[in-house]
Design a protein around this ligand. Structure first.
Ligand code: NAD
Ligand code: DAU
Length: 331
């Protein structure tokens, strides 16, 4: 299969490409990535001989048309992804997430190529902190941030292109990923690398917000399954029953790194901060027989901490700049 992976130099995309090279020798992988601050060639260094990397914008219609014309399927990860950045400067999110997805859709429509669109549970808004309910495929869209609004818009475009033009697309909406190669702006890597660089971890507000954590490898195995066996036009929710509040996750990080559990700073809360996400992934499990392999969060977290310890050369050059930006924002 000739596979075009957009955003393949980012966190989830790079893990996807590594898994493809490792486990799918029949796949001929091309990565299209703008190599923004969030993408890095180093994330693909160990598979550089096995994949073609094209540096370019997913909103560049001529380039996307050419690459899609050479592919059998597209897995579309490319996006601006950080909520805090979206709150500070939303425009790049409109361009990459909305126009970018539109551009991919037009190309797959022209060439009759299969598309899997990777999206987020944040399109559903948030749930009550103390509730037992979870997001399902029929939960109404209710995005809170400029990031989630643009992801919701991109999902809607995909649905419309399936219905109106018969594009062969599927969508998946996944919860919070963790694992290797995640940018140090994100919660878990930020706290790990804060400890490793002698900084104090930073917790937004009281830390009661709940996220539903899933290991990136489990997310990507689900993406493969949906790509190969999913029903065209369907949306699949991906989640591993990993609900935890931020304060507990931060204390886990500190404990696993041999620090006092109270050795962190409270910083001002995020505007419009979503209270709780939780995924009901029953259809994915029952219809496509997916199940997460990383079922023990603390083990996965300890392995992730080990990865950041062992790969300081991957993240060290980004760290000071990321923390300077956080400091400007008072966090
Ligand atoms: P990331 O920010 O780590 O990587 C995004 C990649 O996309 C980067 O390599 C970047 O260079 C590239 N990119 C951005 N704009 C581009 C453009 N205009 N053209 C080409 N490339 C561009 O993001 P991630 O965490 O790996 O997320 C990947 C996808 O998964 C996104 O669509 C995101 O919405 C979705 N998602 C993420 C999570 C999560 O927890 N991280 C959960 C669910 C869904
Ligand atoms: O739910 C899926 C989404 O998960 C993805 O679509 C997004 O691309 C991804 O960034 C992530 O969004 P979140 O906003 O949940 O992730 P983030 O890592 O930014 O923050 C996780 C939680 O931790 C959130 O409640 C805010 C909080 N936080 C974050 C940072 C960076 C802190 O308390 N301190 C921090 O320093």
């Amino acid at each position: 299969m000739r596979l075009l992976v957009t955003g393949g130099a980012g966190f989830i995309g790079a893990n996807f490409v590594h898994a493809a090279v490792r486990e799918r020798p029949d796949a001929d992988v091309t990565v299209l990535d703008a190599l923004t601050y969030a993408g890095s060639r180093e994330s693909l260094a160990t598979v550089a001989a096995d994949v073609r990397v094209v540096e370019g914008d997913v909103a560049d219609a001529a380039l996307v048309d050419r690459l899609v014309g050479e592919a059998d399927a597209v897995v579309h990860f490319a996006a601006e992804t950080h909520v805090d950045n979206a709150l500070a400067e939303p425009e790049p999110f409109l361009r990459s997430n909305v126009i970018g997805t539109f551009t991919v859709l037009e190309a797959v429509r022209r060439h009759g190529v299969r598309l899997h669109h990777v999206s987020t549970d944040e399109v559903y808004g948030d749930l009550e902190l103390d509730g037992q309910d979870r997001f399902t495929e029929s939960t109404p869209y209710n995005p809170s941030s400029p990031y989630s609004a643009t992801k919701a818009a991109s999902d809607m475009l995909v649905r419309a292109w399936v219905r109106s033009y018969g594009v062969a697309a599927t969508i998946s909406n996944c919860s919070n990923n963790y694992g290797p190669f995640q940018h140090v702006e994100k919660f878990i890597p930020r706290q790990i690398t804060n400890v490793l660089t002698g900084r104090r971890p930073k917790l937004y507000g009281a830390g009661t917000n709940v996220r539903d954590w899933i290991h990136v490898e489990d997310h990507n195995r689900a993406v493969w399954l949906v790509l190969e066996r999913g029903t065209i036009g369907r949306t699949y929710l991906i989640g591993a029953d990993g609900e935890r509040d931020n304060l507990s996750v931060l204390k886990d990080v500190l404990r696993l790194m041999g620090r006092d559990e109270d050795d962190f700073d409270h910083v001002p809360d995020r505007a419009g901060h979503d209270a709780r996400y939780a995924i009901d992934s029953t259809p994915l499990r029952e219809e496509l027989h997916w199940a997460p392999k990383h079922t023990d969060f603390e083990t996965g977290l300890a392995e992730t901490i080990d990865w950041y310890r062992a790969n300081e050369s991957w993240w060290r050059s980004m760290k000071d700049g990321v923390e300077a930006t956080y400091a400007e924002r008072g966090r």
